[in-house]
Unconditional design. Structure first.
Length: 166
C-alpha cells in the first residue's frame, strides 16, 4: 500500500493543489507514494485559482480537472503524512482530528527551513508573480523534503510489519 501524503492549505485552490501536482510529478516513478490535497476552509468542488492554473500550464502540469475538497476526519485519517503550508493549517488539521498530531508537519520545516521561511504565503488574489514565487517555493520544499518523506514512509512500513508479526 502506498504512503499517502496529504497537502493542506486554506481553500484548496492555490497552494495545496500546486503541491499535489508538483509532488505527483516528483514521485511519478516511485510507486511508494500517493498524494492528494484538501483545504481547512475549502468549498467542495471549486476549480483551482486562475493563477494556479497558469503556473500548472507554464510547467506542463495539469490542474484543469482539479476540484477542491474540504478537509474532513476521513481524509485526515486516510493520510500517512500531512504537510501544511502555514502553522494555522496545522491547527485546522488537529481541530478535525487531534490524533493527527504526530503525522502533521509544516512543509517548509520538513524541508529544513525555520521561522517565516518555513511557511508558504497565500498568493490568492495577488499578481501572477506571487503565484510564481509560491510555485518555486513549494517545488523547492518538496525536493528538499524528499529524503525525509522516504524515511517517514519506511518508518510506516516498519510499524506495519511489526503489527503484522504480533
Amino acid at each position: 500500500m502506498a504512503f499517502h501524503i496529504l497537502f493542506v492549505c486554506t481553500g484548496n485552490t492555490c497552494r495545496s493543489p500546486l503541491a499535489e501536482i508538483i509532488a505527483r510529478r516528483e514521485f511519478e516513478a516511485d510507486a511508494r507514494f500517493e498524494v492528494s490535497s484538501a483545504g481547512t476552509f475549502a468549498d467542495d468542488g471549486s476549480y483551482a485559482s486562475s493563477g494556479s492554473l497558469e503556473m500548472a500550464r507554464e510547467h506542463q502540469l495539469d490542474l484543469e480537472t482539479f476540484r477542491s475538497r474540504r478537509l474532513t476526519e476521513e481524509i485526515v485519517n486516510r493520510a500517512d503524512c500531512i504537510l501544511v503550508m502555514e502553522l494555522a493549517h496545522r491547527s485546522g488539521v488537529l481541530g478535525v482530528s487531534p490524533q493527527a498530531d504526530t503525522k502533521t508537519f509544516l512543509l517548509g520545516e520538513l524541508a529544513g527551513r525555520t521561522g517565516r521561511e518555513a511557511s508558504v504565503p497565500d498568493p490568492f488574489g495577488g499578481p501572477i508573480e506571487s503565484y510564481r514565487r509560491t510555485f518555486e517555493k513549494i517545488q523547492a520544499f518538496i525536493r528538499d523534503a524528499t529524503g525525509k518523506l522516504a524515511a517517514l514512509s519506511e518508518g510506516r512500513d516498519d510499524r506495519s510489519e511489526e503489527s503484522e508479526t504480533r
